[in-house]
Design a protein around this ligand. Structure first.
Ligand SMILES: Cc1cc2nc3c(=O)[nH]c(=O)nc-3n(C[C@H](O)[C@H](O)[C@H](O)COP(=O)(O)OP(=O)(O)OC[C@H]3O[C@@H](n4cnc5c(N)ncnc54)[C@H](O)[C@@H]3O)c2cc1C
Length: 506
């Protein structure tokens, strides 16, 4: 048994960010991760001689002085060789049945491209992006401001749905569809999505889009190295199965192998439902809270295909490809059956450094799918799932191929090899109950003042992670910053971050 200032459960980006900050501030920290390697959704895996990412495809705000660059610099975890800038002339390709738009890097450039495509909507386009830039100023843990923010603007940014802003500005359905495209990155429909948090996601991507040069594992390593340099510990194969409560406080964390880790603070970066189930005295939670946790909605599950295509000429390794049906994003997360076409799919090159003469194009392809399609195999063991599970995955994979084939003829025939994953796979790797990709459903009802965490009913048990703020690597990192800030005080950290930002000319 060892004693620490902070015991941290899980090693996703949020946990590692908290651990890096706390260890930098002199706290003794111990991270306990159930799997054989750290990172959570940052995991890569190898197949067919290629490396594939699971939840790290691209990230924003990484130019010098921008928020993610600043945060990583502060953590001593910024390594330029880990990232690769995406194509500034068009990093995101949005394909709709009737038209295609590519987002270039930079606000002025995006506005130009959209105005060329929708000339009568010039004012709406200008206003939308100006509102995005205003909204992000409301979030000090993104903009790294230690000044007092006007709370009315903050509430307005969080309580206004994305659809209200867009529909106020334009009635053009095609333009609306483009402005809603990034909802696929958080899984919340526009009428539920808080404008301010959606704005952070768009702002970061438009300003500084980067891919991963060596996959998400290499990024995780930079965080782990920073923690270890500060004297922090990261332990693998430590599945936590109990949070011990004594006199209303968290006293220790128990691992399945019998290890017991005492901490003045316990911080969990696992899915909040899972975290609360680990608490051994459920009476610390009010009945109303337990009811809320039981009923809280999850984001959609995700289906993944990782393969090799011979259509090397169709794809650019420095671009991402979004495909939409004409059903509209409001319907993108409504499901028929595995036998029906997806409403949206996201294709990402698995290698950002593919040489021009490469014969195969390695890619990952994701589409939303509910756990319900795979729940029969929920309790089967990873790696030993039966044939009918594989057959069910095949049914949906064929639908996804057919859908992508509408944009890239003969895509299916171009595939030499592929493997698939389902929400059941997410459940195995991350413990997210419904195999949800982005944690809890980040609607207005679950964010802002109603967000879960960082505090809990147990005074020294804090939570972090994508479910406590907003999904995405940057969202999880900022969640980790907020949670660590609760222990060490957020204002001094924001001041230090602001100094780094200013020193880098932003
Ligand atoms: C398919 C997909 C693609 C994505 N693509 C992108 C992208 O391109 N860009 C982007 O910004 N975001 C992307 N995301 C989202 C992003 O990956 C996540 O928001 C982020 O990584 C979540 O981090 P987290 O800290 O919340 O924790 P997680 O990554 O969920 O990690 C939680 C950790 O806790 C561990 N754990 C759980 N239970 C226990 C226990 N009992 N004991 C010990 N350890 C435990 C898990 O093993 C895991 O390591 C994607 C997500 C998915 C699903």
């Amino acid at each position: 048994m060892k004693k620490y200032d902070v015991v941290i459960i899980g090693s996703g980006v949020s946990s590692l960010t908290s651990a890096a900050i706390l260890s930098k501030k002199g706290y003794s920290v111990c991270v306990l991760e159930q799997h054989t390697k750290p990172g959570g959704y940052m995991h890569c895996f190898s197949r067919f001689g290629e490396r594939f990412d699971t939840g790290a495809h691209y990230v924003g705000a990484l130019d010098r002085g921008q928020p993610f660059h600043t945060l990583l610099t502060y953590l001593n975890a910024y390594d330029p060789s880990v990232f690769v800038p995406l194509d500034p002339t068009g990093f995101d390709v949005f394909r709709f049945p009737e038209f295609e738009i590519q987002f270039p890097k930079g606000y002025a450039q995006v506005i130009n491209v959209l105005t060329e495509r929708f000339p009568t909507e010039a004012l709406a386009i200008q206003s939308f992006f100006s509102e995005i830039q205003t909204a992000v100023q409301c979030f000090p843990t993104y903009e790294f401001s230690d000044e007092t923010i006007d709370q009315i603007s903050v509430m307005r940014a969080i309580e206004t749905p994305l659809s209200v802003v867009v529909q106020r500005l334009t009635k053009n359905a095609d333009l609306q569809a483009v402005l809603y495209s990034y909802c696929t990155l958080h899984g919340v429909i526009p009428s539920d999505a808080p404008f301010g948090l959606h704005a952070i996601m768009m702002d970061s991507i438009i300003r500084g889009p980067y891919g991963f040069a060596k996959g998400g594992d290499a990024f995780t390593e930079t965080l782990v190295r920073a923690i270890q340099k500060n004297g922090g510990e990261v332990h693998l194969r430590k599945r936590v199965n109990r949070i011990e409560i004594e006199n209303g406080n968290a006293k220790a964390v128990h691992a399945a192998d019998g290890g017991r880790y005492e901490g003045k603070w316990v911080l969990s970066g696992c899915h909040p439902k899972h975290t609360f189930q680990l608490v051994d005295r459920q009476e610390v939670f009010s009945p109303a809270f337990r009811e809320r946790m039981k009923n809280i909605k999850e984001t959609v599950g995700i289906f993944g295909i990782y393969g090799l295509s011979s259509q090397t000429h169709s794809f650019n390794p420095l671009k991402n490809y979004y495909y939409f049906s004409n059903q509209g994003i409001e319907n993108a997360f409504n499901f028929g059956s595995p036998n029906s076409k997806p409403s949206a799919a996201f294709l990402c090159p698995a290698s950002r450094t593919l040489s021009a003469g490469a014969e195969k194009f390695p890619f990952s392809l994701h589409a939303a799918s509910p756990m319900g399609w795979f729940s029969d195999w929920r309790d089967s063991s990873f790696g030993k799932r039966p044939d009918d599970y594989r057959q069910q995955k095949e049914v949906f994979a064929e639908q996804v191929f057919k859908f992508v084939g509408e944009y890239h003829p003969h895509f299916r025939e171009s595939l030499s090899k592929y493997v698939t994953s389902s929400p059941v796979t997410n459940l195995h790797y991350n413990g997210s109950e419904e195999g949800s990709s982005y944690g809890i459903y980040h609607s207005i009802q679950n964010t802002g003042a109603r967000a879960l965490g960082p505090r809990t009913h147990v005074p020294n048990l804090l939570i972090t992670g994508q479910s406590t703020l907003f999904p995405g690597i940057l969202g999880a990192a900022v969640a980790g910053l907020r949670t660590a800030g609760h222990i060490v005080g957020i204002k001094p950290i924001l001041k230090e971050l602001k100094e780094i930002k200013l020193a880098n000319g932003c």
